[in-house]
Design a protein around this ligand. Structure first.
Ligand code: Q9C
Ligand code: ZN
Length: 633
């Protein structure tokens, strides 16, 4: 096996610098490179490495990833004056040109390729390249986020071409999302791209929807793009380690790469003004050590971001020390990931479940999603995941013309927004169940049913408790509605897919149990829904305990997939339904009160009426009894 660690550094890459004042770009300074190298020197690490010279990347190599137009624009900046440079720079999001930028960027590409060659040829086992400008934000046709050419992406294409590699893993531990790299390999199953990044629910730059965990790749590349968004700052050693244990490493070992390239930004380390994270330099030794176990040790580490000079230098040293095979330092801090990290990890695992064998038999825990309303964290049980709301234009786009005229109030519109966010997560099977409050439960339910059917669910069961002012069309059998209400609804007759059950639960009793086991569950089990919607509207005729029981028992269907819609006046009902959804409580029934004769007859009648169509209702060989009973009501 090859031995030795390459180190590539060329002081010429410090000549690229900001010539005017720009508070966004002024952190990307030449000292990032020079002081990191000095730090390596002071730890006597430089002399332990194999020195590999940088070179310029060729135009041909740059064109492996970038457009000719992008290359020409970059090239043309070499002879520009400051004013012209500033003008071209303004065409991009967070980038600055200097007359030497083009030369430096070509050196950055070439240094990266030199490292790939040194590792692939067996000259060294692994190595690190200290380069500027960085690369991972750079796109086919655009500079972005301090990056001109995408060094790592070019390296991956180069390795595929020159060494015929079929599987390359890119690990992007920079605190920013390398959206440039994602775009380049989105449809490419031969490059597995992993990035964790500060996201804060899309508040943090570059604030893209496609940085979220549900961007898993496109076309043949589905499953080969892994995004782990951090929704809080302050992530530390245990969060990073948990991400490796529970997301990256299992996937990486299953992928079995032939080469690993790290987009090695240290702005994810403690003290960095951009990242605001808490991971100490030692953690990078551990991350490096883990990745050294893949691809026969063929590991190329390429510098990206990192803006706190001391933290950056220490972290670079930890990385290089580990590449050299030094013992891995002990990690500090409490060894427990934070709740927000766990949530992100769970989300990305759920999103990738279809693509990775190691996840296939792992059942997602029954987990409940809701939109946080004022103070909801106090009354909802633990483990209920709070979701971010949508903005109004997004919701309006989703509420199609069909419902638009029914949505008169802003309040209603916003509640539909919450509904879509949660329901989509259930439909995509990212969470098991969810709960939402609505000012108009009947409308929300109608929207939810329609949305689920349109999403592709073939059988949606809806149990609606209370007055259901609007009843969707159920003729195609894609929905089965059971409406439990107090009063006989005049003019509405029950049919196979729309059944009205008049039932008023006794306040102190629990006679609803008999309706549930005697009618609702047999019908539901006959139907075999793939989603259950439980809604509670105005004038509910069931007690909270009855509704909790309904929720608990219907979890036997549709792989426990339940969407609960509760009229928004009912806080304590919300709380109890949420408890039932997370499985935190078994509703208590008190003393058994048998149903009245009238109620027994009612169930019998319904059984008689529907047992031909919903056969689980059959419980006696003497069918005629039921028919007789139903005619003598
Ligand atoms: N308001 C790297 O770490 N910030 N690039 C832009 C705009 C740009 C980071 C903020 C951060 C770029 C390689
Ligand atoms: Zn960064």
């Amino acid at each position: 096996m090859a031995s030795g660690t390459a180190l590539i550094y060329d002081a010429e890459m410090t000549t690229h610098k900001l010539l005017w004042s720009d508070p966004i770009c002024d952190i990307e300074v030449p000292e990032r490179l020079s002081s990191s190298y000095e730090q390596l020197r002071s730890y006597h690490l430089v002399e332990r490495c194999v020195h590999v010279p940088a070179r310029e990347g060729t135009e041909e190599e740059i064109l492996l990833v970038h457009s000719l137009e992008h290359l020409e624009v970059a090239k043309s900046t070499q002879t520009m004056n400051e004013e012209e440079l500033k003008r071209v720079s303004e065409n991009y999001d967070a980038f600055f040109f200097h007359p030497s930028t083009y030369r430096c960027a070509r050196l950055a590409v070439g240094a990266t390729l030199q490292l790939v060659d040194a590792v692939m040829s067996g000259k060294v086992r692994n190595g690190m390249a200290l380069v500027r400008p960085p690369g991972h934000h750079s796109q086919r046709n655009a500079a972005n986020g301090f990056c001109l050419f995408n060094n790592v992406a070019i390296a991956a294409e180069y390795a595929k071409l020159k060494y015929g590699l079929q599987r390359i893993l890119i690990v992007d531990w920079d605190v920013h999302h390398g959206q440039g790299t994602q775009y380049i390999f989105e449809e490419d199953p031969s490059v597995l791209y992993f990035s964790w990044h500060r996201y804060e629910h899309q508040e943090f730059w570059p604030s893209l929807k496609e940085s979220n965990y549900d961007a898993v790749g496109l076309g043949r590349g589905k499953g080969f793009n892994i995004n782990l968004p951090w929704n809080k700052v302050g992530m530390g050693n245990s969060d990073y380690l948990a991400a490796f244990f529970h997301v990256l490493l299992p996937m990486a070992f299953e992928f079995d790469p032939e080469l690993v390239i790290v987009s090695s930004g240290y702005d994810s380390g403690i003290g960095d003004p951009e990242g605001q994270m808490n991971a100490t330099p030692e953690v990078f030794a551990h991350l490096t050590h883990f990745l050294m176990q893949l691809a026969n040790g063929k590991l190329c580490v390429i510098l990206e971001g990192g803006y706190h000079l001391k933290s950056l230098g220490e972290s670079v040293c930890m990385t290089v020390k580990t590449l050299l095979g030094d013992p891995v330092p002990q990690i500090t801090g409490e060894m427990a990931p934070c709740l927000s990290a766990i949530e992100s990890i769970q989300n990305v695992r759920a999103a990738h479940k279809p693509y990775w064998k190691w996840l296939a038999y792992e059942v997602p825990p029954i987990k409940t999603a809701t939109i946080g309303c004022e103070g909801s964290e106090h009354f909802l049980p633990e483990h209920v995941q709070l979701m971010k709301e949508m903005d109004k234009t997004e919701i309006k786009a989703l509420v199609s013309g069909f419902y638009a005229d029914l949505v008169k109030e802003d309040k209603t519109l916003l509640s539909l927004g919450s509904l879509f966010v949660i329901l989509d997560r259930i439909l995509k099977k990212e969470v098991c169940n969810g709960i939402t409050a609505s000012p108009t439960a009947a409308l929300s339910t109608a929207v939810a049913l329609r949305h689920s059917v349109r999403f592709g669910f073939q059988r949606v069961l809806c149990v609606f408790v209370g007055d259901m002012e609007m009843i969707p069309n159920t003729e195609d059998g894609k929905m089965l509605i059971i409406n439990i209400c107090e009063k006989e609804q005049s003019g509405k007759t029950s049919c196979k897919h729309c059944i009205s059950l008049n039932w008023k639960e006794d306040a102190e009793g629990n006679d609803f149990f008999s309706a549930l086991v005697g009618f609702i569950l047999p019908v539901a089990y006959s139907y075999q829904p793939n989603l259950t919607v439980i809604a509670v509207g105005p004038n509910r005729s069931l007690e909270i305990s009855g509704i909790s029981l309904l929720v608990a028992l219907l979890q036997g269907l549709a792989e426990s997939r339940i969407f609960a819609v509760i009229e928004d006046t009912e806080i304590s009902l919300m709380q109890n339904v949420a408890k039932a959804l997370v499985g935190a409580s078994t509703p208590s029934f008190g003393i058994y009160v048998p149903p009245t004769q009238e109620k027994v007859n009612k169930i019998k009648a319904l059984r008689g009426q529907f047992q031909q169509e919903w056969k689980m209702l059959q419980c006696s060989g003497k069918l005629s009894d039921f028919i007789f009973n139903s005619y003598t009501q």
